[in-house]
Ligand binder design. Structure first.
Ligand code: PBG
Length: 339
């Protein structure tokens, strides 16, 4: 280094003050980027806490509507609704999924009526409705999920959701050909305006644990942990994830989603480069639980870790982020400005 002539490149010039850092900041989270996943249950009464997800609740229909009003007022554009199905309504074939008055459909109608500007997304998959907790119908020997039989049910289910007023159906089970079948069924039924946000690169992840507890799909007592590896992606496989996501695009998906988000930033970045569709990312229950658990131990700062985890997802290329932090973050953005 020629110290006489000084150091020619001084990157720290762009970091010297609050103003210069703000001016050259490459990305920023806004409430408009976020969607809140919400759990809805039968019955009345106050929100029921979920042990492994501090600050997340199972809402009654009425509580759900109140929460949605608050989220809309904070500038959150959309919510993803997840029903907690009563065990008595579950069976081997998930028949409750096709009940036109199922809890999730009543929830969609209630939210649409009370908070018209808020977008409603609903999962199209069988796991909330099956006693075995799998996302589809099992083959006769019970050893695998029957892809094509499942897809036929998903297409019917998607139409029921569209009729109830959902803005986007979200096929979340990674069955082959589901996006195309759902698109055709929606169009034939006259719902060409209903969108598809596809869980396109959904990995067989350990990070879904708290969610399965929250909705009660963690497999029947006494059975081993649910193994979804015959349909969800292998966490080791990036190429396969991109190929599968591009198939969803070809089949008519409007938005492609990567899930989980934080541990799969490389997949988000590569998918962002591979498609011109919006890319969504789902910061899942385990990612949320991890931050909260460490903060409770006094080992991590809750807000800063939360913000950094979401910024990383945005920086990787996500246009939309589903996160259980949505409400808290939107509140803090109003109170303390951009993160
Ligand atoms: C259902 C579904 C799951 C999640 C969203 N939709 C769980 C699973 O596939 O077992 C997980 C979300 C989370 O962990 O926050 N198909």
């Amino acid at each position: 280094m020629d110290t006489q002539r000084g150091i020619p490149r001084r990157p720290r010039r762009l970091r010297r003050s609050v103003a210069v850092r703000a001016l050259f900041e490459e990305c920023r989270i806004e409430a408009a980027d976020l969607m809140a996943p919400l759990f809805v249950r039968e019955g009345e009464g106050p929100p029921v806490a979920i042990g492994s997800m501090p600050g997340v609740f199972r809402f009654s229909l009425e509580g759900l509507v109140t929460e949605c009003r608050e989220l809309a007022a904070l500038g959150i554009p959309g919510v993803a609704l997840f029903p907690v199905t009563a065990p008595a309504l579950k069976d081997l074939r998930g028949t409750e999924a096709l009940n036109p008055n199922a809890l999730v459909l009543r929830a969609v109608r209630a939210v649409r009526a009370a908070v018209p500007g808020l977008l409603v997304f609903t999962d199209v998959a069988l796991d909330p409705y099956t006693t075995h907790g799998h996302d589809g119908l099992l083959t006769p020997d019970g050893q695998d999920v029957d892809n094509d039989a499942t897809v036929a049910v998903l297409a019917e289910m998607a139409v029921l959701h569209a009729v109830s007023g959902t803005d986007f159906v979200s096929p979340s089970d990674m069955m082959d050909g589901r996006v195309g079948a759902i698109r055709r069924a929606l169009d034939v039924a006259g719902y060409s305006g209903t969108g598809i946000l596809a869980y396109s690169a959904k990995f067989a992840s350990a990070y879904y644990g708290p969610f399965r507890e929250a909705v009660g799909s963690a497999a029947a007592a006494g059975t081993r942990a649910l193994d979804k590896r015959t349909y969800q992606l292998n966490p080791a496989n990036r190429r396969e994830a991109i190929a599968d996501a591009l198939l969803d695009e070809a089949e008519g998906a409007d938005v492609l989603m990567v899930k989980p988000a934080g541990p799969y930033l490389d997949v988000i970045a590569e998918l962002r480069a591979a498609t011109r569709l919006p890319v969504a990312a789902y910061q899942v229950s385990g990612e949320y639980a991890q931050v909260h658990a460490a903060a409770q131990m006094g080992w991590l700062d809750l807000e800063r870790t939360r913000n950094e985890s979401l910024l990383a997802i945005k920086r990787a290329g996500a246009d939309v982020i589903l996160t259980y932090f949505a409400k808290d973050l939107a509140r803090d953005l109003i109170r303390s400005g951009p993160v």
